[in-house]
Design a protein around this ligand. Structure first.
Ligand code: ADP
Length: 353
């Protein structure tokens, strides 16, 4: 299953305990994302000075880059109460959200993961709850429902999304701050891995964590997950120490190549090149040919391939670049149609704030 693959930025079963153990607790422990951290520091300091809760925050970026981590950190820095967590798909009706909202204390931080996947009826219910801190709740009964107006305490909503472009304009406008998370550099990932190895009490030889970092497709969750797999291998096939040999062998077993691509990424590229002659090919067509869900490709495969310049999104569809063809060992054919970059097709890249 694509969602179970080792390189998925999305959370997988078994990630929980290690994610919690390795997650930075305070803002100064956050590695990278300097622009976001700086703007956040100013916003938090200003809100504290005014004695007010922070304005609502939208965090967007591919899975595994630290959106949930940042939300926990913000809650810890702003209040002495823990973050309240929920997610778009788990809020199927107004009443689900109603319970959460009416239980919030002043200054509490509510985190809604995958906020772009809120059902429309819940999405709209949230507008006054965000803007005016009140909700109009419909109590079913009799022939018609009765609408009751509830006042809420002032809280901060943090919405996280991998698809900012899929949010309604009305929802987007109600966030006071918007932060876009970027992929991490190999150096930043090495720093994260060094901290993780220390926390896990793992002996490592020089340079080994760099190898893992370079194959983690810019994503801390992937880096920590690969570290766990390498640790297993080192304990079974070695003496527990992470050496260059152990890391290379362990990553080979996981079928992660030198650029951090796995079978699904390579399948995407070879399908694009072999079946669609390098493109342009629509994402739906690619998903159907590969037997994958469109969401899986858009969330978990494409962002990194776009980032490293292996795929270009155009109005006509996806194109494989020469570098991509070289990487999968297939001949490159110059595309026949125009290569107009299409910003409307790349909503995640838009500047929202
Ligand atoms: P997202 O919510 O964007 O999917 P998470 O916040 O759950 O991602 O991050 C996944 C894991 O990656 C965390 O548990 C943490 O260990 C690690 N991580 C994420 N961002 C950072 C960071 N900036 N510095 C250190 N570790 C990080």
């Amino acid at each position: 299953m694509a969602r179970d693959r080792i390189l998925a930025g999305r959370e997988r079963p078994g990630d929980d305990s290690i994610d919690t153990a390795l997650r930075p607790k305070r803002l100064d422990e956050i590695v990278g994302q300097r622009a976001v951290v700086e703007r956040l520091e100013i916003a938090m300091e200003a809100a504290k000075k005014r004695g007010e809760p922070l304005e609502h925050i939208l965090l967007d970026g591919p899975p595994g880059l630290g959106k949930t981590t940042l939300a926990h950190v913000i809650a810890r820095e702003m209040t002495d109460r823990p973050l309240r967590l929920t997610s778009g798909p788990s809020l199927s009706k107004q009443a689900d959200l109603m319970t959460l909202l009416t239980n919030l204390e002043t200054g509490d931080v509510l985190f809604i993961d995958e906020v772009h996947r809120l059902p429309k009826v819940v999405d709209e219910f949230l507008y006054p709850a965000m803007e005016d801190f009140r909700v109009d709740f419909t109590i079913e009964g009799g022939l018609s429902g009765r609408v009751v107006n509830f006042a809420l305490r002032r809280y901060t909503l943090i919405g996280a999304t991998t698809r900012a472009g899929m949010l309604s304009g009305a929802m987007r406008d109600r966030f006071g701050h918007g932060f876009h998370l970027e992929f991490y550099s190999p150096e930043e990932l090495t720093t994260i891995l060094t901290r993780s190895a220390t926390k896990l009490d793992l002996p490592v030889t020089d340079g080994t964590l760099d190898i893992i970092a370079r194959r983690s497709r810019g994503t801390p969750r992937v880096a920590n997950r690969l570290l766990k797999r390498v640790r297993d291998y080192a304990q079974v096939r070695g003496d527990g120490t992470l050496t260059e040999r152990v890391v290379h062998e362990a990553l080979e077993i996981q079928q992660v190549d030198a650029l951090g691509l796995d079978g699904l990424d390579r399948n995407f590229l070879t399908t694009l090149v072999k079946v669609y002659n390098g493109g342009p090919a629509g994402i739906e067509a690619l998903a159907a040919t590969m037997g994958q869900e469109r969401d899986t490709l858009e969330d978990m495969v494409e962002p990194y391939l776009l980032q490293i310049g292996f795929v270009i999104r155009t109005r006509q569809g996806r194109l494989a670049t020469k570098d991509a063809c070289d990487h999968v060992g297939l001949p490159y054919t110059e595309p026949t149609r125009t290569k107009t970059p299409d910003n409307a097709e790349a909503p995640d890249q838009q500047t929202l704030f």
